[in-house]
Design a protein around this ligand. Structure first.
Ligand code: 5AD
Ligand code: SF4
Length: 348
């Protein structure tokens, strides 16, 4: 089969065999990528029109007990300047975001033991009490099923937990022994069972990644059927074990975004900060490749530069009315508008 035929098969069947994915990923050229991009964009337009959903990202703690080899927030990075926001700080971020049109707040943080189950539930309940028409997304790592259930019962709607790689050998090259792919997958299936709109995802070009592991990532996405998928290029952070590794490919990231849109037509697919960091028009190009979500930063300006997952992470002022206007302007130029709505996953 030609690559064009493989992309068409993906479009009608929603999945390919591992060999077919490997073949496509190892031999696609610019024409194939353009074909996938046009198809993905057409699908996104059919499902979401020209609307982009916005999520207000609140990076509420950069303290983390884990030691992922790729991440600037890893516990062993003694150079990171650590912070945590209080519940009031977090509510203040929401109060700034709401009048700007944000109807989803994403609480993202490292695995910080200070934020125990009780405190997280209290924060979620307080946000939902003050902003009943808003969705709350959590992104705070691996927890037990009971803990996830208590977050859900407190009112959290969505949960992001990237699987990072669906190949266990590759997984063990990205993480210390305290983390396993098996447990990561179990967490993701638990989140789905509980009823969260669940997001998995991976970095493109992480060290030791191959077309085979990428094929496994796509197969895992097909197996999990997540409501959201986060994909961005790997970018090195100088104070990590992968500080001298090359960054992931921008073009390959766009191609994978398109493939995920073609596979899972109604998936919520962000054009990520990492994509905006690796290329000045990255976020627009992600949208044109099939993404339909952006996550502007609502964290207080004073802590923005401290949430450094990788070097050069953009920390633009998109929280301010002016910053958001700028973003709207940029999307308008490519024919898109920001939607003021929760932007929930819709079946079918
Ligand atoms: N480059 C790109 N993405 C990264 N993340 C962590 N470190 C990096 C990096 N160096 C991503 C991971 C994680 C998410 C919070 O950020 O995929 O799941
Ligand atoms: Fe911690 Fe997440 Fe970074 Fe891993 S990726 S070190 S869990 S913040």
């Amino acid at each position: 089969m030609t690559n064009k035929q493989l992309i068409q098969k993906l479009n009608t069947r929603g999945v390919l065999t591992k060999d077919e994915f490997v073949c496509l990923l190892s031999s696609y050229n610019r024409t194939d990528a353009e074909y996938a991009q046009k198809l993905a964009q057409k699908i996104a337009k059919a499902y979401f029109g020209n609307k982009i959903f916005i999520r207000g990202l609140i990076e509420f703690t950069n303290i983390c007990r884990q030691n992922c080899y790729y991440c600037g927030l890893r516990a062993e990075n003694s150079k990171a300047s650590r912070y945590r926001l209080t519940k009031d700080d977090i509510l203040e971020c929401c109060r700034e975001g709401y009048p700007l049109g944000f109807r989803t707040f994403v609480l993202q943080g490292g695995e910080d033991p200070h934020f125990d189950d009780e405190l997280v539930c209290d924060i979620v309940k307080s946000i939902k009490a003050e902003f009943p028409d808003c969705a709350v997304t959590l992104s705070i790592g691996e927890k037990s099923r009971n803990t996830y259930q208590s977050f859900f019962d407190a009112g959290a709607d969505r949960y992001l937990l990237r699987h990072e790689t669906a190949n266990s050998e590759h997984y063990s090259k990205l993480h210390p022994k305290t983390l396993s792919l098996e447990n990561r997958k179990e967490c993701l299936f638990n989140l789905k069972k509980i009823g969260f709109q669940t997001g998995c995802g991976f970095m493109v070009g992480s060290p030791h990644q191959t077309v085979e592991t990428l094929a496994e990532d796509l197969l895992f996405i097909h197996e999990l059927q997540p409501q959201m998928v986060g994909i961005g290029p790997f970018l090195p952070h100088k104070d990590t074990p992968f500080g001298r590794e090359p960054a992931g490919s921008f073009e390959l990231t766009l191609f994978l975004l398109s493939l995920v849109r073609i596979m899972q037509k109604n998936v919520l697919l962000p054009s990520t900060t990492a994509l905006g960091t690796i290329h000045p028009q990255g976020r627009e190009m992600g949208i044109l490749a099939g993404a339909n979500v952006v996550m502007p930063n609502l964290s207080p300006v004073s802590v923005r530069k401290k949430y450094m997952l990788y070097d050069g992470k953009i920390s633009s002022d998109s929280e301010s009315a002016q910053g958001l206007e700028e973003l709207k302007e940029r999307f308008k130029k490519i024919g898109y508008e920001i939607s003021v709505s929760r932007g929930d996953f819709r079946k079918g």
